[in-house]
Design a binder for this molecule. Structure first.
Ligand code: SF4
Length: 295
């Protein structure tokens, strides 16, 4: 029987050496040596290990507006880090080269949290508009221990932490990182549980993440919905989605963004720009801060 120190879940009644991962709703049952559906965690010697810990595939200084964050430190930049792996499998993923692969699928290099914090400090000294570190590009929370360890050191250096995530992880993981996050952008991909299931995700879990981050006193929260033609492009769905966000907190900022064909979804064109504007107007009936993107 194994106790997960974060979630408090017990892996019991499993054959010798097998263990559950409780980071996300997949609850992967992992045999020794097996890697989970996210490709970033696996069973090593009977324990779930974040295999993607410190394995950085992408690093860049980005404007905060690119995360996107519209109402948090405008004109600033963040040191943006990506690893590999994701627990969702969206056919339209723009970052599938790093999100839908494991350690063999993309070049990475090992970086320590100390190195990240030191680099951020140096960049901030060179340009005070460099505000901190963003955990982004792939799903950072499948390696949430690395986010936590970097974020603690980044805070000690007096800099900020930004989380860009699909938010489909269990509440205990959000509770562990939320106090360290100064700004977050969470994808709300749809307001349909069925659409979430096609991406291997879970709407209710993402809703709980949004509720928790909206309630986190020090966290500025923005949300992004990519409008995909034929998937989530009706006025009714946007009305429901924005109405729910407003019920959580009417101050939440929503980005309504335009799909472009990518990865396994090349059978349709980009979202018509007038439709993005129309759906943003639908959202504005509920929320004061609605932005369009990729138009
Ligand atoms: S985080 Fe990865 S290994 Fe853990 S349950 Fe989710 S998909 Fe499975």
């Amino acid at each position: 029987m194994t106790l997960d120190k974060v979630t408090g879940h017990l892996s019991k009644n499993l054959p010798e050496g097998q263990v559950y991962c409780h980071v996300c709703p997949h609850a992967c049952k992992l045999a020794p040596g097996q890697v989970g559906a996210c490709r970033a965690r696996g069973n090593v010697d009977g324990a779930v290990v974040p295999l993607g810990y410190g394995r950085v595939t992408s690093i860049a200084v980005d404007p905060v507006e690119k995360k996107p964050l519209a109402r948090w430190k405008p004109g600033h930049t963040v040191l943006s880090l990506g690893g590999y792996g994701c627990n969702l499998h969206c056919p339209w993923c723009q970052n599938h080269e790093i999100s839908q692969v494991g350690e063999q699928g993309v070049p990475w290099r090992e970086v320590l949290p100390e190195d990240i914090a030191a680099l951020a400090e140096r960049l901030h000294a060179e340009d005070p508009r460099m505000a901190g570190v963003a955990y982004t590009y792939n799903e950072p929370l499948v390696s949430w221990e690395f986010v936590r360890d970097c974020a603690e050191l980044v805070h000690e250096a007096g800099l900020a932490n930004v989380l860009v995530s699909a938010g489909c992880v269990n509440a205990q993981v959000i509770a562990a990182v939320a106090p360290l996050i100064d700004a977050a952008n969470i994808d709300l991909k749809s307001f349909s549980p069925a659409t979430y299931r096609t991406c291997a995700g879970d709407l209710a879990t993402v809703q709980e993440t949004i509720r928790m981050l909206a309630a986190a006193p020090a966290c500025h929260l923005e949300v992004t919905t990519l409008v995909v033609p034929g998937v989530n492009d009706t006025r009714e769905e946007m009305d429901e989605l924005a109405g729910w966000l407003a019920s959580v907190d009417p101050a939440i900022t929503l980005h309504v963004t335009r799909f472009h064909p990518a990865y396994r979804m090349r059978d349709r064109g980009p979202t018509p720009v007038p439709l993005v504007y129309e759906l943003a107007d639908v959202a504005r009936a509920h929320l004061a801060h609605v932005y369009t993107g990729n138009c």
